[in-house]
Write a protein that binds this ligand. Structure first.
Ligand code: PRP
Ligand code: URA
Length: 209
């Protein structure tokens, strides 16, 4: 069973409050999503391997640690996942970025795939799938299946807000995938929106309706 990590950092909680607030406009919303993603990057990379190298400080020679060169990939689910890319790249500038385009059919609520462009070596990379919302879990489940079908073997999922229903779907369908979430909310409403949630993440990021 994949592990679930809910962030408990006060900076994340504070910024999430303003992300949820309906009075927050697209410009501030984008900025806050970028900042929370950057803070979450710190947690999602906690298990990256290190190696010792020798360096010289102005005083002495010493051994010190650097990342051991594990290849990373970040994969936003279009379109709302795009809002999380810049924050991740701020901390992980060497990561490659793949894109998976999915939208949730408003009638059936089933994910419909419309785009895919991935790094050619995804089987060698630790992938972090980005989507602000994990509601029914249908989109993330399909995106992860899609990546596995193309050879991915190491995948984490990072979301801002998740409903318990979506977490269960991912844990059952992809027990090898750990989930990193800024906040776990109460439940879904009748239209499969998260309560209390933040509304439609794509619309709020890009000012559409
Ligand atoms: C939203 C969100 C997730 C999905 C979550 O995308 O960004 O991808 O819904 O819902 P689920 O867990 O029930 O699948 P949407 O389908 O609205 O597309 P968009 O990002 O293009 O707006
Ligand atoms: N997608 C969103 O953007 N928001 C929700 O609450 C659920 C799905």
């Amino acid at each position: 069973m994949g592990k679930v990590f809910e962030m408990n950092h006060p900076l994340i909680k504070h910024k999430l409050t303003f992300i949820r607030d309906k009075e927050t406009g697209a410009k501030d919303f984008r900025e806050l999503v970028r900042e929370v993603s950057m803070l979450m990057a710190y947690e999602v990379t906690r298990d990256l391997p290190l190696e010792d190298i020798e360096i010289e400080t102005p005083i002495v020679k010493t051994k010190s640690q650097v990342l051991s060169g594990k290849k990373l990939g970040i994969v936003p689910i279009l379109r709302a996942g795009l809002g999380m890319v810049e924050g991740m790249l701020n901390l992980l500038p060497a990561a490659k970025v793949g894109h998976v385009g999915l939208y949730r059919d408003p009638e059936t609520l089933e994910p419909v795939e419309y785009y895919c462009k991935l790094p050619s070596d995804i089987e060698e990379r630790d992938l972090i799938v980005l989507d602000p919302m994990l509601a029914t879990g249908g989109s993330a489940k399909a995106a992860i299946t899609f990546l596995k079908d193309r050879g991915a073997t190491a995948i984490k999922l990072m979301c801002l807000i998740a409903a318990p229903e979506g977490i269960k779907v991912i844990q059952e369908a992809h027990p090898d995938v750990d989930i990193y979430i800024a906040a776990i909310d109460e439940k879904l409403n009748d239209h499969a929106y998260i309560i209390p949630g933040l509304g439609d993440a794509g619309d709020r990021l890009f000012g559409t309706k």
